[in-house]
Design a protein around this ligand. Structure first.
Ligand code: MG
Length: 161
């Protein structure tokens, strides 16, 4: 079996009164993430890791922030499309490991629902989608609650032809 690893990273700015989408789930919080799409940093990091593993450029190449049809788009659709893109090269996701860097709110109570949501889109079981979380001890832009960051590693597999 052919196996390839990929890495992804994403950041979105946090602003007062915006919806906060993370891992395909909406968090209740006074701050939310802003961007051209729904600004879901975790999904974007996972998409970039998938594309990186398949050596298919990055999320901005496939879904540019200059495309008006993508304004406000649900990132779950981008994850679905990315799953289809890697399938064109014969790949499917083996497993995902990710870390969200966020000072507040705590996302622990939402991790199971994020795992179920993302696994369903990628055709995986929730056990194959790991989501971890950390604060940055109030250091940096994450610690000042100015932004959310996410890192992801993805393993892709391809059955022998
Ligand atoms: Mg992004």
């Amino acid at each position: 079996m052919d196996m390839r690893v990929g890495f992804g990273y994403d950041v979105h700015r946090l602003e007062e009164g915006q919806p906060f989408w993370l891992g395909g789930v909406r968090l209740e919080h006074h701050l939310g993430a802003t961007g051209h799409s729904d600004a879901d940093a975790l999904i974007h990091a996972i998409c970039d890791a998938m594309l990186g593993a398949a050596n298919m450029r990055d999320i901005g190449h496939h879904f540019p922030d200059t495309d008006p049809t993508l304004r406000g788009i649900d990132s779950k659709i981008l994850l679905q499309r990315t799953t289809e893109l890697i399938a064109q090269k014969g790949y499917r996701v083996g497993n995902v490991d990710s870390t969200v860097c966020l000072q507040s709110p705590k996302i622990g109570p939402h991790i199971e629902s994020m795992q179920q949501t993302l696994a369903g889109i990628m055709g995986l079981s929730p056990d194959e989608v790991s989501i971890k979380a950390t604060t940055t001890e109030r250091l940096g832009f994450v610690g000042r609650e100015q932004g959310v960051a996410a890192y992801a590693v993805v393993l892709l597999t391809k059955e022998a032809q």
